[in-house]
Design a protein. Structure first.
Length: 231
């Protein structure tokens, strides 16, 4: 359990560090785009190797596909509703980032059931890598929209707490389920995370970094696969 809390705290703390970076540090749009694209590449590997493949050991192909499709469909529907109400540069942006992070952190909590930190290194590293630039960019835009630094940091601290709770719930509340249900939840979360890559990760990364985005995605994929192999 201590390992679970350490992993979740480390990954979640990246949001606070990223927000501070965006408020007091220097973050160019190109750097932000490169890091987000790299995180997306890493998530491709972690979704497959740490979520879909383990789920396939306990689900037939039709059930696995159904769970993945439901996760992607629900995320896409809800993300469209959130985006429709998104306030440019304000709390709507924070809400969108929070919603995107919930399936990732829930998946992290589920992935930690019955495993050790090294065994989920790729997924944890991918989420941490995506949290930094997303929080930095979000905090910077919120500041540019006129929010005080204190309010921005407070909102990001609350977001960090919410996402950490999602990861803890994913671990503690679901740990008693049998392998079939855990596999279905892993597959559902995998679908949601994959859908978030298509709508919330790669489009803004390409817009900010342009063609080097492909290099960043490939680099993230290599790093995540290396972490998984070493684990």
């Amino acid at each position: 359990m201590l390992t679970m809390f350490i992993v979740i705290a480390t990954v979640s703390a990246a949001l606070i560090a990223g927000a501070a970076w965006g408020l007091w540090g220097r973050l160019s749009d190109r750097t932000e785009g490169f890091l987000i694209a790299m995180a997306g590449g890493a998530l491709i590997v972690s979704v497959m190797l740490e979520m879909v493949v383990p789920a396939s050991d306990h689900l037939p192909l039709w059930a696995l596909s159904l769970a993945i499709g439901l996760g992607a469909g629900l995320f896409t529907f809800a993300d469209a509703r959130v985006s429709a109400d998104n306030e440019s540069g304000g709390t709507g942006l924070l809400l969108a980032i929070t919603f995107d992070g919930i399936p990732e952190n829930l998946a992290l909590g589920v992935a930690l059931i019955g495993t050790t930190a090294p065994e989920v290194a790729a997924l944890a590293g991918s989420i941490l890598l995506s949290n930094l630039p997303e929080a930095a960019g979000g905090a910077k835009r919120m500041r540019e929209a006129g929010m005080s630094r204190t309010r921005v940091m407070t909102l990001w601290a609350l977001t960090t707490a919410l996402l950490a709770v999602a990861a803890v719930v994913g671990n503690l509340a679901l740990s008693g389920l049998d392998d079939t249900w855990l596999a279905a939840i892993r597959a559902f979360a995998a679908g949601a995370v994959t859908a978030s890559l298509a709508t919330e990760v790669f489009p803004p990364a390409f817009r900010e970094e342009h063609y080097p985005t492909g290099i960043a995605v490939t680099l993230g994929l290599i790093v995540a696969f290396a972490l998984t192999t070493l684990a």
